[in-house]
Design a protein around this ligand. Sequence first.
Ligand code: G3P
Length: 330
Amino acid sequence: MKRRILLLSLMAVFGAAMLPTAQAADKIIVKIAGMKPDGEPETVGMKLFAKYVMDKTNGKYDVRVFPNSQLGKEDAYIAQTRKGIIQMCATGTQTSSLQPSMAMFETPMLFDSLEHAHKAMNGETFKLITKGFSEKSGMTVMNAFPLGFRHFYTKKPVNSINDLKGLRMRVPNIPLYLEFAKQLGQSGQPMPFAEVPSALDQGTIDGGDSPFSDITALKMYEIAPNITLSGHLLVIHSLYINNDFYNKLPPEDKKVFDEAAKYSAEEVWKMAADVEKKAVEQITKGGGKIVTPNAEFKAALEKAGQGTWKLFYDTVPNAKEILESVKQYK
Ligand code: G3P
């Protein structure tokens, strides 16, 4: 008898708690992986996407966001998305290993401003860069959003192009970035973003380049305090979705996923502009030193940036068309 009462009490206590789990089991789980920490534009965008889909489908989908390389480093979670182990991820020109044109999202010295890039990404340039990618990769590129213009952070002061030469600079393991380091006479040290803080701590690199969103979120200026406002390229990432999953969505749900991608990207464009405005103050308050390159330094950066374009001419069949398309959005 006592055992029966105990059983009934346990059912009364845990029964209610079990109910939501049973309901959760009916939901379709969507996992999205990213590499940036909480609070950064990429992660904010992923979360906005998730909320939009869950709200608009009345909870039919349980969209789970895994930022900060929680599901592995960037190349690992791209592979998981392609295989359908997870459904979505946020990434950038790392996908140029699948199709070289994808590196052109981050063509050095291409965009004059965020506004210029925003128009190009909502227009023909986006379509030309991603042409053929879905068939080749098994993933669809749903949107394009900025993380900010890249600037150099270094342990040593940098006042001219010559000061950048010979430095061991971290670069993403992407041919474009290795080529840019070469053009600048640097020793490019390829490594995933997740390894940058420890490499700076351990002194295996002298610095690197990142958008303000990364420089401020990881407080890079505390270890590499010299921030050179080179703005040499705009980091543009996207939400990618596994084709098998995406193409099997009922049309009304697919529409919601598309709207969510567009909406979240637009929010990130607004947020990126805000980050650009506030970053210099945060860096200087945190002990960082800002160097604004003079005209000669800028011209040398421009030359090095455009020096990388040869890579595109050699590997991307529609490179000229892509570069040309950008001009109409100035
Ligand atoms: O889009 C790829 C590139 O922007 C990655 O840069 O520094 O986040 O690894 P990072």
